[in-house]
Design a protein around this ligand. Structure first.
Ligand SMILES: [Zn+2]
Length: 278
């Protein structure tokens, strides 16, 4: 009786190994579509010197499957009023940035929205073939039944658009922590940048990459374990950072939301893009 049980166990273990190695993997990239020049670091890192400034990079993060499908993290922004108000430098629309870097926006099948701020959530309508994923709690907290903005963090036009997309059946809800979006891609409870902000882990040939988005604005948040300046709960932000470190294959594979160093730490992969691998 003992021997068959043991061999059954070994067979099971073999299956588990086979499943692990054959699980889908993605090539991960960061694509820059502009920058907010001279941005106050204190707006990004809690307690930072008020004199410090940084050119906050604006990025989207395509995860490309072996068949060419793209799951993208965040969608940037395209609405003219945001461009007029924030005056991004070197700005191109996120879909143009993708094309310029050699990606076909029509291949974006899914967009994972880390949180509902305008600079991450506004650009979804440029990707007409994509399902749009966000946390159910994030949607319900911010988007009213008639498309009204329920809290200041979401722009009124963005709220109206998300209600419309929901009505069109284009929204998919992620439910809570460690929810699988596609095999090899999961979303995780973020550090309360917004009510239910989330970050993303993706299996790549070099191990798991974590796209923190604004749950960590800059490398400095991660390197010095400093909470982001804009969080509803600093402790939850630090907790999320610890989870990111546990998930990522190495600390260098945690990608912050607005750090210009992302574009120089990794190898170039087309115009305005880098491949997220060490
Ligand atoms: Zn942002």
């Amino acid at each position: 009786m003992r021997l068959p049980a043991l061999s059954a166990l070994l067979v099971l273990a073999g299956c588990a190994t086979a499943t692990r190695t054959s699980a889908p993997q993605y090539d991960a990239f960061a694509v820059k579509f502009g920058a907010l020049a001279n941005f106050r670091v204190r707006g990004l890192i809690a307690g930072a010197d008020t004199a410090r400034r940084i050119d906050a990079t604006l990025m989207v993060w395509p995860l490309r499957a072996s068949n060419g499908d793209i799951v993208m993290v965040d969608a940037g922004f395209t609405r003219q009023k945001f461009i007029d108000q924030w005056k991004p430098v070197d700005y191109v629309t996120p879909d143009s940035a993708l094309r310029r870097a050699g990606f076909d926006p029509a291949r974006v099948t899914d967009i994972i929205i880390s949180h509902i701020h305008w600079d991450h959530a506004d650009g979804v309508e440029r990707f007409t073939n994509a399902r749009i994923w966000l946390q159910r709690d994030e949607f319900e907290y911010y988007v009213g039944p008639n498309g009204e903005s329920k809290a200041p963090a979401i722009d009124a036009d963005v709220a109206a658009m998300y209600r419309r997309l929901f009505t069109q059946g284009r929204i998919r809800f992620a439910e809570g922590d460690s929810a699988e979006i596609r095999p090899g891609i999961r979303v995780h409870t973020g550090g309360k940048h917004t009510w239910a902000s989330q970050f993303v882990s993706a299996r790549t040939p070099r191990g798991t990459v974590v796209i923190a988005s604004d749950n960590a604005y800059l490398y400095e948040n991660l390197d010095r374990a400093r909470p982001i300046a804009q969080t509803l709960d600093s402790l939850s932000n630090l907790r999320a950072q610890r989870t990111m470190r546990a998930l990522a294959a190495s600390p260098g594979l945690i990608i912050p939301g607005h750090d210009p160093a992302v574009m120089t730490r990794f190898p170039a992969a087309g115009t305005g893009a880098v491949a997220l691998r060490e």
